[in-house]
Write a protein that binds this ligand. Structure first.
Ligand code: HEM
Length: 534
């Protein structure tokens, strides 16, 4: 019987593929140029090898708009940054939620919230993002994150004499994941010790392992592989969901407003318990998957760029001088906002590592008029795609685009720089790691704050040494399209508690020895003076 069913499935599959092979699309009047590739698969191999290179070459050959087939679907790429707003304004013809929800449902296994049964209530759930991650609630959330970061930093604090070694990615993930998880989902009630210690610590490590196993399968899942075939990822997702069942969450305290209100809303929607928990896995992924690599690159570039390190430490010192020594560190909104150097470092790290793709689905045949006035006929069901990495690495916008310049987003006075130009014209979309329009990340302000706080505490608490200062780590391109690219491998970090942690940090010096980069808290005023006269 099983053989018979397998045979039938194989036959249907072959018929489907043959029908696709025999039927190939031809370009209609006014449609964008069609980049031909293999039947059905299209240009997936060339695109997959190097998305940026492929799109840059196609842009050279075909111009600002072109269509290509990727694994059976037609994607129309728009590469002109001035036309980003045109796409964002097409809410009627271009749908974001259909694609995003389809993907999310397939990967996370939650209910179809676009169905008439849920769509009305889900609108309410969606509005919670803005109500809890922005405006005044953001301050409380960031405050909680700072407290939890301090706990994570204090746990495993190395002594002042002994150096500790750990991969920089491990270090970043350990601290940011734990603090971020507890900030959103709260901590186990009735426990006095921090989550990282004892049996509870083992539990937290398992959550992190499951998260990383699930996240690791994302390139395959995004390419269309069903999660049922990725057994490890599936098991990890289900284990995460088990820990986020409402029955478990009720026993946690200090749950964020966002999660508490989502729990209440999902309870009112009468979803089954596993379905509710899977929506929380989805939220966990959204809150961590990009933040972890973004925090990694921010610290990595700070440590391997002497000038950035010196100026960043100076900014941290200035802030810390305003905080009483005997109290846990707490920052006002103004203090957080005043750290413009750290902000520029993070933005520059995001510019270099972001590879998200913004996708909309054409809900009808329509004519799209680009910023240049060029008209393009778009077919119903096709995907419209924007790849901000083309902007981020455009030498016309950012001179020496592959170079990390810590002050790229600062003006002469050290204030935020927000004027960037292409062909003499000012750009609205010059830095788009958080998406734009309907799909813009609602957690973007929180993300910037938490990475800033992480950098601040790392520079404040530790003397840090990075190995291999002359080697430039490359990003893992297999994750192109999924957000912030992680590094293709980890790099060794040595760190120890700073002797002068309680007091004013004087300044920093840098020297290299045996392949290590040494970042010291010695008072070398010259380094400071030269950096501040920038
Ligand atoms: C550096 C960190 C982050 C980056 C680069 C980032 C980037 C993005 C991008 C590009 C999208 C749009 C995805 C799309 O077009 O399909 C998105 C969506 C989203 N992000 Fe973030 N994100 C970050 C951190 C966060 C954090 C910390 C949270 C929450 C605490 C969060 C919550 C969300 C949510 C809920 C969505 C989906 C919004 C919707 O469905 O409308 N993100 N993020």
């Amino acid at each position: 019987m099983a053989t018979w069913i397998l045979g039938a499935c194989f036959f249907v599959g072959v018929c489907f593929l043959l029908s696709r092979v025999c039927w190939s699309r031809t370009r209609r009047a006014k449609e964008p140029p069609l980049v031909k590739g293999w039947p059905f698969f299209g240009v997936i191999l060339d695109y997959g090898k190097n998305p940026l290179g492929f799109l840059q070459a196609a842009q050279q050959k075909y111009g600002d708009i072109f269509t290509c087939q990727l694994a059976g679907k037609y994607f129309t790429f728009i590469t002109d940054p001035f036309s980003f707003s045109v796409v964002m304004r097409q809410g009627k013809n271009l749908d974001f939620h259909k694609f995003a929800m389809g993907f999310s449902q397939r990967v996370f296994g939650h209910a179809d919230f676009t169905s008439p049964l849920f769509s009305e209530s889900y609108r309410e759930v969606h509005s919670l993002f803005r109500q809890t991650l922005q405006g005044p609630p953001l301050q409380q959330l960031s405050q909680n994150m700072l407290r939890n970061l301090q706990t994570a930093f204090q746990h495993c604090l190395p002594s002042e004499n002994g150096w500790k070694e750990e991969g920089l990615q491990c270090f970043t993930t350990r601290i940011m994941f734990d603090a971020g998880f507890v900030t959103l989902f709260g901590k186990k009630a009735g426990l006095l010790q921090p989550e990282e210690t004892g049996a509870v610590g083992t539990c937290m490590q398992k959550v992190k392992r499951d998260f990383l196993a699930f996240d690791g399968a994302f390139p395959a899942l995004a390419a269309g592989v069903p999660i049922a075939l990725c057994r490890r990822a599936w098991r990890a997702r289900e284990a995460l969901a088990k820990g986020l069942l409402h029955g478990e969450l009720y026993h946690r305290m200090c749950i964020s407003d966002l999660i508490q209100r989502r729990m209440d809303a999902f309870d009112r929607m009468h979803l089954d318990e596993t379905g509710k928990a899977r929506t929380h896995v989805c939220m966990l992924w959204a809150s961590q998957a990009n933040t972890l690599p973004a925090a990694f690159w921010s610290l990595y570039y700070t440590l391997r760029t002497p000038e950035a390190f010196v100026v960043a430490c100076k900014e941290v010192d200035l802030i810390m001088a305003q905080i009483p020594n005997d109290k846990p560190i707490s920052l006002s909104k103004e203090q957080l906002e005043s750290m413009t150097v750290l902000e520029s470092i993070i933005k520059e790290a995001l510019r270099l590592s972001s590879a998200s793709i913004m996708i909309r689905v054409a809900s009808d045949d329509f004519i799209l008029t680009l910023d240049s006035g060029q008209e393009a006929a778009i077919r119903k069901g096709d995907y419209i795609a924007l790849y901000p990495r083309l902007i981020h690495l455009d030498p016309d916008i950012y001179p020496n685009p592959l170079e990390f310049k810590y002050d790229r987003f600062l003006d002469e006075e050290g204030q935020r720089q927000s004027q960037f130009f292409k062909n003499g014209r000012q750009l609205k979309h010059y830095l788009v790691p958080f998406g734009s329009g309907a799909s813009e990340c609602p957690g973007r302000f929180f993300a910037m704050n938490e990475i800033k706080q992480f950098l601040m505490l790392a520079l404040w608490h530790y003397d840090l040494q990075l190995s291999e200062p002359d080697v430039t780590l490359s990003p893992d391109r297999t994750r192109a399209g999924l957000g912030i690219l992680p590094p293709s491998r980890d790099v060794l970090l040595r760190y120890k508690a700073r002797a002068d942690r309680g007091g004013q940090r004087l300044t920093s010096s840098l020297r290299t020895h045996s392949g290590w980069i040494y970042l010291h808290s010695e008072a070398i005023t010259a380094a400071h003076t030269s950096s501040s006269s920038r």
